[in-house]
Design a protein around this ligand. Structure first.
Ligand code: AHR
Length: 494
C-alpha cells in the first residue's frame, strides 16, 4: 500500500455476478422471546387483532427481508406441526429447549406473518423425532390445493388457498451427537433422500435443503446418497466462542480478529460441494449465522450457571453487548457471501428478533440494534451485481492474530451506470484513506454507520446512538476517507 494510503481497491467490472437477495434473509425460532413477546403478543396494545406486533412488522418491512426460516433451530427437532394448527391448540413441552410452547403461533400464523412483513416463508422440518411422512404431510397441509386430508384440514382451518411454501429444509444440525434428534452419517443420507422423495411426491416444485457441515466427514456421505435431490446445503456458524464458553462477550478487537472466519467456512463448503461432484448444482444456504453465541434461559443443564457466570439476569437482553463489533462482523459476513455470490444464494441471520438479533422488542416498543442498520444499508444501497474487487490493505493485529484493516465489495447496476461499494474499516481508532482505481473525477454519496465508539450500542434509553448518516463524498482525486470502526457505502454514478 503506497505511503499516505491505508488501502488500494481495484475493481474488475468484467467479472460480474448477479447476487441473490436471499443472502439478506432472517431466522425466527421458538426460543427465548423471538415469537412470544417478540413477533407475537396477543393482548398487547401494539398488536393487531391476530396478535402480531405491528411495530415489529413495520420495522421488519423496512429491512425488505427476502426470506425467513422457521420454526427452528433445535426447537424443530422435537416439534410436531399438527400441535400448532387449527382452532384448538395443544401446548407441548419442547424437549430441546426445556420449555412449554403454547403452540398459539404455528404454521398458519407464520405464513400470515411472512405476508405481513413481505417475505418468503421457509420451513425447517423435524428430522429428529419426526419422520419423512410427517414432513410430507406438512407439505400437503401447506401446498396441496384440494386433494388429501391435510389439505382439507388447512381449508377447514380457514385457508382455502394453498400457502405455496417453496423452501423446505430437511432437519437442523442433526450432525451434533449431543443435540436431540441427532443422526449418524449413514442414517442421514438415507433419511434426507427418502424425505425429499416423499415431500416432492406432494409438490414437485419444492426447493430442498438439508442440514450439512463444511467438512467431508458428514457432508460427503450426504451428497453421495442424497445430493441429487438437493438444491442447497444448510450450514451454520456462530463465532463468539468466548461467550459460548460462558465467560463474557468477546471484545471489539477479538470480534474483528474473527471477522474473516465466516468466509473461511464458505470456502470449505464450496470445496465439499465441488469435491463431491455438485459444483454449479448445489448452492449454499448459510441459514443460521451470527457473531454472538446464544443462550436459552430454559436450556436443560445450562441456564443457571450461564446466568451466574455472566452476572446478568438474562444475557440475551443486554443491549450493551451488541455493538459496532457486531455491525462490522455482520458486514464482513455479508461481504464474504457477496464475494462467493455464485454459490452462496441464501443466508439467514439468527435470529431476527431479540436474543442477539437486529431487532430488540420490549413491551413498549422496539430498538434497532447496530446490525439492523447494517442489514438495511446492504438491502437498500447495494446494486444487484457484484464485481470482482481486489483490496490491498494494511494489517490490523491483536493478540497474535491479524486481519486486513479494510474490506470492500463493489456492486453495479444492470446497465453498469451506478456503483455502490461497501467499505469496512475495522480499525478501532483510526480513519483510513483508500484509493479506488477508476472512480476519479466524481462526486459520490457516503452512507456511514460508525457510532461514537467501537463499543457503541443502541438501547431503550438511547435508541439512536448508532444510526446511519449521509455525507457527500468527494472522490475527484480517486481517493476516499472513511471513519474509524465504520461501515461506509459509497454510491457513485459512473
Ligand atoms: O439459535 C439457537 C440454536 O443455535 C439453534 O436452535 C441451533 O440450530 C443453533 O445451534
Amino acid at each position: 500500500v503506497p505511503a499516505g494510503l491505508d488501502a488500494v481497491v481495484t475493481i474488475d467490472p468484467t467479472r460480474k455476478t448477479r447476487f441473490n437477495r436471499m443472502i439478506f434473509g432472517q431466522f425466527l425460532e421458538h426460543f427465548h422471546r423471538q415469537v412470544y413477546g417478540g413477533a407475537f403478543e396477543p393482548g398487547s396494545p401494539l398488536s393487531d387483532r391476530a396478535g402480531f406486533r405491528l411495530d415489529v412488522v413495520q420495522a421488519l418491512r423496512e429491512l425488505r427481508i427476502p426470506i425467513v426460516r422457521w420454526p427452528g433451530g433445535c426447537f424443530v427437532s422435537a416439534y410436531h406441526w399438527m400441535d400448532g394448527v387449527g382452532p384448538k391448540r395443544t401446548p407441548a413441552f419442547n424437549k430441546p429447549w426445556g420449555v412449554e410452547d403454547p403452540n398459539t403461533f404455528g404454521t398458519d400464523e407464520f405464513v400470515q406473518w411472512c405476508r405481513l412483513i413481505g417475505c418468503e416463508p421457509y420451513i425447517c422440518t423435524n428430522a429428529g423425532t419426526g419422520g419423512f411422512e410427517e414432513m410430507s404431510n406438512w407439505v400437503e397441509y401447506c401446498n396441496l390445493r384440494e386433494q388429501g386430508s391435510f389439505s382439507r384440514l388447512r381449508r377447514a382451518n380457514g385457508h382455502p388457498n394453498p400457502f405455496d411454501v417453496r423452501y423446505w429444509s430437511i432437519g437442523n444440525e442433526n450432525y451434533f451427537p449431543t443435540e436431540i434428534g441427532s443422526k449418524t452419517t449413514a442414517e442421514w443420507g438415507m433419511l434426507v433422500r427418502e424425505s425429499a422423495k416423499l415431500m416432492r411426491a406432494v409438490d414437485s416444485k419444492l426447493i430442498l435443503l438439508a442440514a450439512a457441515t463444511v467438512d467431508s466427514e458428514w457432508t460427503a456421505p450426504l451428497l453421495k446418497v442424497a445430493g441429487g435431490f438437493l438444491n442447497y446445503i444448510s450450514i451454520h456458524g456462530y463465532w463468539d466462542a468466548l461467550w459460548e464458553q460462558g465467560t463474557k462477550p468477546a471484545s471489539y478487537m477479538q470480534c474483528m480478529m474473527r471477522s474473516r472466519q465466516p468466509e473461511g467456512q464458505i470456502e470449505k463448503a464450496i470445496k465439499v460441494i465441488a469435491d463431491n461432484g455438485f459444483a454449479g448444482k448445489i448452492k449454499i444456504a448459510f441459514d443460521e449465522w451470527n457473531l454472538r453465541s446464544w443462550h436459552h434461559p430454559g436450556f436443560p443443564g445450562g441456564g443457571a450457571d450461564r446466568v451466574d457466570l455472566i452476572g446478568m439476569r438474562d444475557e440475551n437482553d443486554q443491549n450493551a453487548t451488541y455493538t459496532m463489533a457486531d455491525a462490522l462482523f455482520s458486514a464482513s459476513f455479508l461481504n464474504g457471501c457477496l464475494r462467493h455470490a455464485d454459490v452462496v444464494e441464501m443466508a439467514c441471520m439468527a435470529p431476527v428478533i431479540n436474543v442477539r438479533g437486529p431487532l430488540f422488542v420490549h413491551p413498549k416498543g422496539v430498538v434497532k440494534r447496530t446490525t439492523f442498520h447494517v442489514m438495511q444499508m446492504y438491502s437498500d444501497l447495494l446494486q444487484p451485481h457484484v464485481v470482482a474487487t481486489h483490496i490491498a490493505a494494511a494489517p490490523l493485529a491483536s493478540d497474535g492474530a491479524s486481519v486486513p484493516q479494510i474490506d470492500a465489495i463493489t456492486t453495479v447496476s444492470d446497465d453498469g451506470g451506478k456503483m455502490a461499494i461497501a467499505i469496512i474499516n475495522r480499525h478501532p481508532t483510526q480513519g483510513a484513506r483508500l484509493r479506488i482505481a477508476g472512480v476519479g473525477g466524481r462526486q459520490g454519496r457516503l452512507d456511514i454507520l460508525d457510532g461514537d465508539s467501537p463499543d457503541a450500542f443502541n438501547d431503550v434509553a438511547r435508541p439512536s446512538r448508532v444510526t446511519p448518516r449521509q455525507i457527500t463524498a468527494d472522490v475527484s482525486k480517486g481517493t476516499v476517507m472513511v471513519t474509524p470502526h465504520s461501515l461506509s457505502i459509497l454510491s457513485l454514478t459512473i
